[in-house]
Write a new protein. Structure first.
Length: 460
């Protein structure tokens, strides 16, 4: 008896009923893996087309199954990665496409797959007829920032699609809508009936497209606090928010007035921007987001890194004068380095990837002191010391900054300051090497200079 005959499927009792030939493959669909295979060529072709795969660098398909979508994708992107958890189906796909150099098959669990190598590929498009069993978990893993995914087309239960794409005021609008839409614009593309699948699911399905929401569309906020408030607020939909959320700073009347809502407001009455405003209120963020101050004072230095005068930041940058900055690489016990994606509020290199923390020295400040300050301000971590790794001279590669690159050891977690940092995560040095070589444009220029100097300093 093979693995598939051991009753893991669960769609029907009779063994002979369960095994089917689907797209030329003899399979027993496994309910535990959400295996409802798409059988309609027109629908499959249409879904594949929605990701616009032609000529793009990298498409990943989650759960190719017996290849309903896959066969409409192969040969269209430069590289097609198929991620399948089912051992037999992964092997089937490997065999089916062995002569296609642009197709790669990995047997892996998409709820935990390591997406970090995908950054070096540039634009990453994801497509899937998601397994109902773990669709939510896969979505969370693939779509929570930071993620290399730049666009996605997914088929899921219709009801979930409606919730994901619901605007405020729709019946389906809820916590899931708010939590996903903070990062993604979600568009419902089509409803698909159960008849196009084998085995036939009990409910309709839907197809959605997700594109990243512009980070500047919302003011910044603490994501963890936001998530907590949204979950509490939508936890009991019928209850008024004032009875569900923690006591608001300044009192509930003040919050309601700031949101221009009655004090009796319920979770579903608040739009995404209003939820963000509410979360910011709890954080005490009452003023508008400000970028960096052009009036901040820097030490201006000569070609030997000797201080010659103090001038405001705006003038130092505008005139291209030499000044000082520190970059810090935070390394965890596994040897991974934390990289941050810069906030959209940065005047230089917004949304580019950068060192763990970096910043200018204040007037009269030492590099070592600036490093400790930046680690605390940007990442919320305190270390006793940082060690000098490399001194990088001021030139075009650092935008006229004399940089000290310093190393800090810390296991994490970090708590990012949203004005400074969009998101971040840990990378192996080898992965960063490959990414910097493939796509230097993804990084702030000063980081690339520092990284190359750092790697050279380690060479034997
Ligand atoms: N793409 C095929 C189609 O449209 O007919 C199959 C879709 S079927 C709904 C879901 C697929 O995801 C199955 O092939 C299943 O084995 C696979 N799968 C289930 N859980 C998975 C996971 N955690 N990671 C990767 N693939 C998974």
């Amino acid at each position: 008896m093979n693995r598939r005959d051991q009753g893991q499927g669960g769609y029907s009792r009779g063994r002979s009923d369960r095994r089917r030939v689907i797209s030329g493959v003899s399979v027993t669909p496994r309910k535990s893996l959400g295996q409802n295979f798409l059988q309609d060529e027109e629908v499959a072709r249409w879904i594949a087309d929605q990701i616009k795969p032609d000529g793009v660098p990298f498409v990943v398909e989650i759960g190719p199954g017996v290849g309903a979508l896959t066969k409409h994708l192969v040969g269209r992107p430069k590289h097609l990665l198929l991620v399948e958890k089912d051992t037999q189906l992964a092997a089937e796909q490997r065999a089916a496409w062995f002569d296609q150099p642009s197709v790669e098959v990995v047997e892996a669990d998409a709820t935990r797959i390591d997406m970090r190598p995908w950054y070096a590929r540039g634009e990453v498009r994801a497509i899937s007829n998601l397994p109902y069993s773990v669709g939510g978990e896969i979505l969370r893993h693939l779509l929570t920032p930071p993620t290399p995914i730049t666009e996605a087309v997914f088929m899921l239960q219709k009801e979930v699609c409606l919730r994901l794409s619901a605007p405020c005021g729709a019946n389906e609008y809820g916590g899931l809508s708010v939590l996903v839409q903070q990062d993604w614009d979600v568009e419902l593309l089509r409803i698909v009936p159960p008849e196009v699948f084998v085995p036939k699911p009990k409910v309709d399905s839907g197809v959605i497209r997700l594109r990243p929401r512009s980070p500047s569309a919302l003011p910044v906020y603490d994501r963890l606090k936001f998530d907590r408030l949204v979950r509490l607020g939508f936890g009991q939909r019928r209850k008024q928010l004032k009875n569900l959320l923690p006591e608001a700073p300044g009192g509930w009347e003040a919050v309601a007035a700031a949101l221009d809502k009655p004090t009796t407001m319920r979770a579903e009455e608040l739009s995404l921007p209003q939820w963000v405003q509410l979360a910011r209120w709890y954080e005490g963020r009452t003023t508008e987001d400000a970028g960096q101050k052009a009036t901040e004072m820097f030490d201006v230095v000569d070609e030997n890194n000797q201080v010659v005068e103090q001038l405001p930041r705006g003038e130092v940058h505008a005139r291209g004068l030499r000044h000082r900055a520190v970059h810090i690489f935070v390394i965890n016990p596994r040897g991974d380095i934390y990289l941050q994606r810069r906030s959209h509020l940065k005047d230089v290199a917004p949304l580019k990837w950068d060192s763990s923390a970096a910043g200018h020295l204040d007037v009269g400040e030492s590099y070592a002191a600036a490093a400790l300050r930046e680690l605390h301000e940007e990442l919320g971590i305190r270390v006793d010391e940082t060690k000098l790794a490399v001194e990088v001279p001021a030139d075009e590669g650092t935008d006229n900054e004399f940089v000290e690159l310093r190393i800090a050891h810390h296991p994490g977690p970090v708590k990012v300051q949203p004005e400074e940092i969009h998101s971040g995560t840990w990378f192996t040095p080898e992965l960063i090497d490959g990414w910097v070589a493939a796509r230097p444009e993804d990084f702030a220029k000063g980081f690339v200079t520092c990284w190359r100097a750092f790697r050279r300093s380690l060479a034997p």
